[in-house]
Write a protein that binds this ligand. Structure first.
Ligand code: CO8
Length: 257
């Protein structure tokens, strides 16, 4: 494994990012966040990008939070700057125009849970542990947890997790809607490969439009959101992709996107 803090593997536009700081359970310090932001800035410019998968190095941890040792001596202004840097980076991940999927392969705590919440969906290994334990350290979530967690699991469960700081296992994360599936570590790897094939076989423009319709529509009233869907649906008939997809069906062959 190379020494870079963010490993990048590219499989024809399906990019897998691995947060690579396993000795600290992939805790997010400024260097990791800087490296992640640099990678994301590059990905934003890629017209051939089809999906992003993000995971942690090793079999024990996705991300065990922001780096506590690095944060300990921060002043309020330094804490604000650190949170701003992380929020900006996480927003870049969230707003990539393609599906972003968290492969949660172990501890997913604090800033790690907040990172997973910015992904379009998350799939966890059965040893994964989730939580927002910031109150145990005398702080609150600062990478978006108080805002994205209630939007994902509802305010009552978000308040439970953010005020007790209790940790939950993968099955409870599944039950409350924090993750879409729970799999063994091996099956998580197979899932990544299957997903790569599935997303790689679909019309890339259509996949992007589906994300855009859902993301942008969620911030609008239903009628405006339905009008947005209609516009994007109609637009999908303007390119080659729709003709190829529908012709392939009629001609009983696989489409070539
Ligand atoms: N920060 C820094 N180092 C960490 C972190 C972390 N979050 N988590 C683990 N490590 C390090 C440990 O210090 C240890 O290092 P070393 O080997 O040098 O002693 C190494 O990783 C292995 O960890 P453990 O020995 O503790 O492993 P265990 O299997 O015994 O325990 C746990 C695993 C339960 C995950 C435990 O490490 C733990 O509780 N970690 C902290 C989890 C946590 O509290 N996370 C939330 C952090 S706060 C946060 O994310 C707030 C984000 C918003 C910030 C706002 C901006 C300012």
């Amino acid at each position: 494994m190379s020494e870079s803090l963010i490993e990048v593997q590219d499989n024809e536009g399906i990019v897998r990012l691995t947060i690579n700081r396993p000795k600290a359970l992939n805790a997010l310090n400024s260097a990791v966040i800087d490296a992640l932001e640099q990678v994301l800035v590059e990905l934003e410019t890629r017209a051939d990008l089809r999906a992003v998968l993000i995971t942690g190095a090793g079999e024990k941890s996705f991300v065990a939070g922001a780096d506590i040792a690095e944060m300990r001596d921060k002043t309020p202004q330094q804490a604000r700057d650190f949170a701003a840097q992380a929020l900006r980076t996480i927003k870049r991940l969230e707003t990539l125009p393609v599906p972003v999927v968290a492969l949660v392969n172990g501890f997913c705590l604090g800033g790690g849970c907040e990172l997973a919440l910015a992904c379009d969906w998350a799939v966890a290994s059965d040893n994964a542990v989730f939580g927002q334990p910031e109150v145990l350290l005398g702080v609150i979530p600062g990478f978006g947890g108080t805002q994205r967690l209630p939007r994902r699991v509802g305010p009552a469960m978000a308040l439970d997790l953010c005020t007790t700081g209790r940790k939950i296992d993968a099955q409870e994360a599944l039950r409350i809607g924090l993750v879409n599936q729970v799999l063994s570590q091996d099956a998580l790897e197979e899932y990544a490969q299957t997903l790569t094939k599935q997303l790689g076989g679909n019309g890339p423009g259509a996949v992007r439009s589906a994300k855009q319709a859902i993301h942008d529509g969620m911030d609008q009233d239903l009628d405006s959101a339905l009008a947005l869907e209609t516009s994007l649906f109609a637009l999908s008939f303007a390119g080659e992709e729709q003709r190829e997809g529908m012709s392939a069906f009629v001609e009983k062959r696989k489409p070539e996107f």
